[in-house]
Design a protein around this ligand. Structure first.
Ligand SMILES: CC(C)(COP(=O)(O)OP(=O)(O)OC[C@H]1O[C@@H](n2cnc3c(N)ncnc32)[C@H](O)[C@@H]1OP(=O)(O)O)[C@@H](O)C(=O)NCCC(=O)NCCS
Length: 151
């Protein structure tokens, strides 16, 4: 199967919401939040499809020279195939080339797969928010600086 990565469209939202509820059962975005995200010009969202089925999505928001990774999610049976990395590399490359100097994100301290992924993409931990989540888990704030030209 070939994974196709392209902009997330409004017609992907029901499937994205379904995947969201599966992957984030305790704090899933609502359908309204997805629509709101897609409507904002500061947002860039990508989707990955396999045989026409939505298997992943990821988004980035931008304000001036700063950006934030809004979310990244990959269907359980498609994880470990490099899909998240491919989507985030594409979002970061677009951000880098459009003047973003720093990109931030927040991740649960106990989310090892996500933290490994972000570290591979050049994100470094800059602070922690103790017991940030409802279940008492800490949040880790990570930042990535735009690579210097030529490096
Ligand atoms: C985190 C997540 C997006 C990773 O997606 P993925 O497509 O499986 O990741 P990739 O295949 O692109 O892997 C990227 C890197 O992370 C590593 N990785 C992926 N899953 C891993 C796991 N379960 N344990 C350890 N490392 C893992 C890969 O080995 C790879 O590292 P490498 O380049 O050194 O080999 C996916 O597990 C997911 O959707 N999780 C649930 C939702 C979530 O937690 N989102 C993040 C919220 S902040």
């Amino acid at each position: 199967m070939t994974i196709i990565c392209e902009p997330l469209n409004w017609w992907d939202l029901p499937a994205a919401h379904e995947l969201e509820r599966q992957l984030f059962p305790n704090d899933a975005w609502t359908a309204e939040q997805f629509w709101s995200e897609l409507a904002q010009p500061s947002r860039t969202y990508l989707a990955a499809h396999d045989g026409g089925i939505l298997v992943a999505y990821a988004g980035l928001s931008r304000v001036g020279s700063d950006a934030d990774i809004q979310t990244v999610a990959v269907a359980p049976d498609q994880q470990g195939r490099g899909i998240a990395r491919t989507m985030l590399e594409r979002l970061l490359a677009e951000a880098d080339s459009s003047g973003v100097t720093h990109t931030f994100l927040e991740v649960r301290a106990d989310n090892e797969p996500a933290r490994h992924l972000y570290a591979r993409l050049g994100f470094e931990e800059i602070s922690r928010r103790a017991r940030y989540y409802a279940d008492g888990s800490d949040a880790v704030i990570m930042r990535r600086a735009r690579p210097e030209a030529g490096s």
